[in-house]
Design a protein around this ligand. Structure first.
Ligand code: CMX
Length: 465
């Protein structure tokens, strides 16, 4: 204790007391790591049996078209937390979004499922009890604090750098404290990989929130240094909203909870999730793997589409006003298509029906009389009514319906987050939870990914062409 002031000794004692009481609480309610320790051996057995009994069965042909066509539909990857059906949309461990909304715990007094509840569920396959969710909220709040060194790194970024680029760089720097990387360097056994991976995934899923808030404050407000301190009794979405100046904006807090619970995971083949899995397969730690995945999310055909949608809607508003006729909307869409651009927020590589994530956000908007009267909501709805018909007539896209990005920006905009360039960062916060799959990758001992590529000459030779 030499050199410490009485005040810092008292503070250390308070922290130690908090840790003791947290530990006692964790014993009485099963936490996420204990739950995983129970679930993993059961599923390892199932996987082992499946592989032993059916390892030589075929899951389909690979056609030359697949080599040129972005590998659509090829069943070549294991992904546990979610499965996407072309017509029905996403299911998380077998549950649809409305079913998750029904059973996943909410914040006290809140109306939307918590991202923390979704993370517990994605990781373990078990719906947490309210007590488990409450405990997990506190655990993640404690994990969410970021180091002064990382704060300095974030503060050094130029304000003109796109927020997604700042986000990729900041989360990669979290690898400085990776528990997986440290344990690996110390010679950890392969059977233990999953545990330190889970520790990193929990740290990552918590720390992305204040990292994003600091970037927001640096770019659009008075600087990260002036952010209010985290409140350890509150959930991640509440603290995020509070740090970016929306702590008293209940509609915003609720939409952030819903948004971040449903954007988490969309099975393994999409660019961001697949990249997390691919980079993680080299045993890069979860922070590096997720940073690489975020770089993919920053592409306009993937997560950046949500910023593009709002730009599109506001440009349309300038051209056609707040109450356009269906003909005016149709003409506007055609003018964009004829100029060779895509309609952002429409189409999907797998889905062939309106995205249930879009529907959940629309439902949320429709339930709030203020949102449902707002001009941007009406324009998003006008698009929903007209765009599928135009895209069908256009005849190119296999799916003329809205995807998740078609309406998410409208809600953020309505509740006061008007800086479009930040929208994909919010998608990114949620996508950190897709790194739950890394825990399963390690639990099943999946190898480094290494598909075969072919050159045109190699294809010609192979085919005798
Ligand atoms: N507007 C105009 N044309 C579209 C279109 C759209 N919204 N969606 C698809 N098309 C076109 C494609 O560009 C392609 O044209 P070419 O043959 O000239 O290359 C053709 O229709 C066939 O494409 P597809 O097989 O239906 O779609 P893909 O699987 O290749 O691509 C996606 C899927 C999402 C990239 C595409 O629909 C698109 O560009 N949509 C707009 C951007 C967007 O909203 N992205 C977000 C997706 C959700 C997310 O990841 O966040």
């Amino acid at each position: 204790m030499l050199g410490l002031s009485a005040r810092s000794v008292a503070a250390s004692a308070r922290v130690a007391g908090l840790r003791r009481s947290t530990a006692v609480r964790f014993q009485s309610t099963k936490g996420v790591i204990e739950t995983l320790a129970e679930v993993i051996p059961e599923r390892q057995e199932i996987a082992k049996k499946l592989r032993a009994e059916h390892g030589d069965k075929s899951l389909g042909d690979i056609k030359v078209e697949n080599v040129f066509g972005g590998m659509r539909g090829l069943k070549v990857m294991l992904w546990e937390p979610s499965v996407l059906d072309a017509n029905e949309g996403i299911r998380f461990w077998g549950k649809t979004i409305p079913e998750c909304q029904e059973v996943l715990p909410k914040a006290p007094g809140g109306s939307q499922m918590l991202p923390e509840s979704m993370l517990f569920f994605l990781l373990t396959s078990k719906v947490p009890s309210q007590a488990q969710a409450d405990q997990f909220v506190k655990e993640l709040a404690e994990r969410s604090q970021i180091s002064p060194e990382l704060e300095k790194v974030i503060d050094s970024f130029p304000k003109t750098l796109h927020p997604m680029t700042q986000f990729c760089m900041a989360v990669a720097a979290l690898n400085h404290d990776s528990k997986f990387a440290k344990a690996y360097a110390a010679g950890m056994k392969k059977s233990e990989y999953w545990k330190s991976t889970a520790e990193d995934v929990l740290d990552l899923s918590a720390k992305v929130w204040p990292i994003a808030a600091r970037i927001y404050r640096n770019v659009y407000m008075d600087g990260g240094k002036n952010a209010p301190a985290l409140d350890m009794s509150k959930d991640l979405a509440w603290n995020f909203a509070n740090q970016i100046g929306h702590g008293d904006n209940n509609g915003f807090i609720e939409v952030i909870r819903l948004y971040n619970a449903i954007h988490t995971d969309h099975e393994g083949g999409n660019v961001s999730a697949h990249t997390i899995h691919l980079v993680g397969s080299a045993l890069s730690d979860p922070f590096l793997a997720y940073s690489a995945g975020l770089a993919g999310l920053a592409g306009p055909l993937h997560g950046l589409a949500n910023q593009e949608v709002l730009r599109f809607i506001l440009d349309m508003q300038k051209q056609v006003g707040n109450n356009p006729s269906p003909e005016q909307v149709k003409d506007y869409i055609w003018s964009v298509l004829k100029s060779g651009r895509v309609i952002p927020g429409y189409g999907h590589a797998v889905l062939r029906k309106p995205d249930p994530r879009f529907m959940a956000l629309q439902q949320f908007a429709a339930n709030d009389p203020e949102v449902s009267q707002s001009p941007v909501f009406k324009l998003v709805n006008a698009m929903f009514e007209v765009a599928p018909g135009v895209l069908t007539e256009h005849g190119k896209t296999k799916n003329p319906f809205p995807n998740v990005d078609a309406g998410s920006g409208m809600l953020l905009y309505h509740y006061g987050l008007t800086q479009f360039e930040f929208y994909t960062v919010i998608f990114g916060i949620s996508r950190a939870m897709a790194s739950a799959q890394l825990v399963w990758d390690r639990a099943y001992g999946l190898p480094i990914e290494r598909p075969k590529s072919m050159s045109i000459d190699g294809l010609k030779k192979f085919l005798g062409a």
